[in-house]
Design a protein around this ligand. Structure first.
Ligand code: NAD
Length: 421
């Protein structure tokens, strides 16, 4: 299964419609939420190192802002499509509502492979994209963050570009235009690991409920970037062993277990797990059929179709990535009794700590790691509880339940505010 022809937005619309019928969502609210509010497409020229000028296409989708400013990452990947960004933006709306954050949903991206560009080119591409978006982003309007292919450095470039376009008087208040910034440039401690940390909070809650002992358990991870490497490193502290891992280059297996710290260090230096001096190369098929207790997909959407779902031999899937399971794959796994912690819950730690960063920027504060970690743990555990309770009371799967909690919250506000005019 690849994400090439995967109609991701349609899939998310179907999840919405399923949950809408469970919570009896008003037809008008469902209609509003079924499409993004704004779809922004920009084309902008960038000079390459060799002097040539290349035209890039960038997207920013603003799905909904009834609860607060649009919020969501920016993706740099050769497979980015308008459809994907629409799907990802709408998922941010559910995620922020589920986590009780005062944000709506947004997402952006540029279709290109950042690995084919120098740091200087990446800086020019990022700054021109931010400039092309202009007033379509802002600290109280639409707040980007890192996603696949982007990082804190790129957020610092966006912030700096934005700051240089607002008047001098407002410059310092503009810091919160992006989150996921490096700490020295106004980021928060704990943001880089936050999504992986949140995934692990969900896994430990699941293990507690199921009386499953993580000590001595095994897990596999697809995607070893920000989310995958941090989730793996944190999970290893519970005595779980990483026995197979994969990224855009390929897959490796180590029955005795990888050291996630060393593997993370390797990928930081080399940009991939390729060449890591331990483990044996395996095929994608072998990766998916590796017997394990837990699987953390942390790469891209649409990775687990029917074939992968039949091959997987695990007890739990914790979705670090957004939309990693196709509906066909998910159905097969649920029928086989595999538990699935859905993306809007499992990977919501990132946007939650992004919110903490934004609050610190607004208040000119800097919290310590203990404070960030404590708040995140409480938020993740509360959300986990709410989703599990909803699943029990409505007799639905956890994904539908997560959507139901989010939709209930959004619907309350639409009912109170009603439709303008
Ligand atoms: P990243 O760019 O840091 O890492 C992505 C990883 O996926 C890399 O290891 C890359 O090699 C791998 N990958 C790319 N294409 C692949 C393919 N075809 N097959 C296998 N592996 C492939 O990105 P990230 O920030 O870790 O994001 C990963 C997922 O988590 C995405 O779905 C993203 O939307 C989601 N997510 C990220 C955050 C965040 O805070 N960064 C928050 C919530 C959700």
């Amino acid at each position: 299964m690849t994400s090439d022809k995967y109609e991701f937005f349609k899939v998310v619309q179907e999840y919405l419609s399923k949950a809408a019928s469970v919570v009896h969502l008003d037809a008008a609210v469902e209609a509003i939420l079924s499409q993004p509010r704004n779809e922004i497409i920009v084309h902008f020229p960038v000079r390459m190192d060799n002097g040539e000028v290349k035209l890039f296409k960038g997207y920013r989708i603003q799905h909904n802002n009834i609860l607060g400013p649009f919020k969501g990452g920016i993706r740099y990947h050769e497979s980015v499509t308008l459809d994907d960004v629409k799907a990802l933006a709408s998922m941010m709306t559910w995620k922020c509502a589920l986590m009780r954050l005062p944000y709506g949903g947004g997402k952006g991206g540029i279709k290109f492979n950042p690995r084919n560009h120098s740091t200087a080119e990446l800086q020019r591409i990022t700054r021109r994209f931010a400039h092309a978006l202009g007033g379509n982003i802002g600290p109280d309007y639409d707040i980007p963050a890192p996603d696949v292919g982007t990082n804190g450095q790129m957020m610092a470039w966006i912030m700096d570009t934005y700051m240089n376009t607002v008047g001098h008087v407002n410059k310092q208040a503009a810091r919160g235009v992006v989150t996921g910034k490096p700490v020295a440039s106004g980021g928060t401690v704990g943001r880089e690991k936050a999504t992986g940390q949140g995934v692990v909070h969900c896994i430990t809650e699941w293990a507690r409920e199921r009386r499953f002992n993580l000590e001595g358990s095994t897990y596999i991870v697809q995607g070893f970037g920000n989310v995958g490497s941090n989730a793996a490193t944190i999970l290893s502290r519970y005595g779980a062993s990483l026995i197979a891992v994969g990224d855009h280059f390929g897959y490796l297996r180590s029955p005795e277990g990888f050291n996630p710290h060393k593997l993370s260090e390797w990928t930081r230096q080399h940009g991939t797990i390729q060449g890591y001096p331990s483990g044996q190369p395996i095929s994608r098929e072998e990766f998916f059929s590796t017997r394990c207790d837990l699987f953390i997909p942390a790469a891209l959407e649409g990775q687990v179709g029917a074939a992968e779902a039949r091959a997987l031999d695990c007890k739990l899937i914790a979705e670090g990535a957004n939309g990693p399971l196709t509906p066909e794959g998910e159905k097969i796994l649920l029928d086989r009794g595999v538990d699935i912690l859905p993306d809007v819950l499992a990977n919501s730690g990132g946007v939650t700590v992004s919110y903490y960063e934004w609050v610190q920027n607004k208040r000119s504060e800097s919290w310590d790691l203990e404070e960030v970690d404590e708040k995140l743990e409480k938020a993740m555990k509360n959300a986990y509880r709410e989703v599990v309770d909803m699943a029990r009371s409505k007799d639905v799967d956890l994904r539908t339940a997560a959507y139901c909690v989010a939709l209930d919250r959004i619907q309350t506000v639409y009912r109170e505010r009603d439709i303008f005019p």
